[in-house]
Design a protein around this ligand. Sequence first.
Ligand code: ADP
Length: 301
Amino acid sequence: MEREEKFTELLRINVDQNCLHQCQSCYKYFDCPDPYKYSIYQQGRMDIIKGKMKGIRYKLAVLSGKGGVGKSTVSANLAMALVQRGQKTGIIDSDFHGPSIPKILGLQGKKLMIGKEGILPVPGPLGIKVVSTGFLMDDNESLTWFDEFKRGALEEFLASVQFGPLDYLVLDLPPGTGAETLNMMKYIPDLTGVIVVTIPSELSQGVARRGVTICQKAKVPIIGIIENMSGFVCPDCGKKANIFQTGGGENLAQAMGVPFLGCIPLDERISQTADNGTPFILQYPDSVSAKTFHSIIEKII
Ligand code: ADP
């Protein structure tokens, strides 16, 4: 007998042939491979998530077509701008392959703890509540995130983390329009909206466009587009260089019929503060970029 058939046979032994699907009280609950039980389990999970999400007034997802365009930087700084306005805010870093929120917020090395009623988010600057896959692994550890793992981890973050009542939850999504983006839409049907981050180049716009399209197809509201790394002003001579072109974010917003939220320039202090773990917006409140983050959050609010 083939190994796979043997395995299936073994699994079948565990299913009670006279099963009347009273799964919740069944002593074989955890061993049962019956798909019916799994669907009950899933439904239960979805109900828990929906209940949890009701305790959060606004749920914002941050999406980008490509990696490295500043999606996590934008998520972290917008979330901090909300906290600075006295809004109780949480952030979920679900960028499984490159979780950078712990580093940006100075929380590297912290771990998620289990409390009486579930997972406790890590408290960050000014009391922001942070959850990240980065808190599950050591820096030099690597994990192959198969789709099932990613779905399970997102489900766990949404169902089991004890955020308590929040005004805002910011979700830093992985780049692209993969399964994670769709899972998030499924789990949070009352998502307030999506913020799309792009850099000005046509290359980035092209993939950001797919992100906008997928939201429009799924009827998820798009709050707007942010153009990051938009021009660089030389601190010595004051001359502006449009390293990644200019106007791409605004053009995309116009073409797709969605609001344009603003341009964040290239600023070496943004990457320095991220590497040092001090939120940029707190460290340089008077900079053009920090002011732009604030004006964007005003629009979003
Ligand atoms: P993503 O989440 O899209 O992968 P990150 O937010 O991790 O991108 O940003 C990638 C790198 O670019 C980081 O080192 C970050 O500090 C830097 N960065 C992001 N936005 C800017 C900016 N406006 N100016 C300078 N550096 C930036």
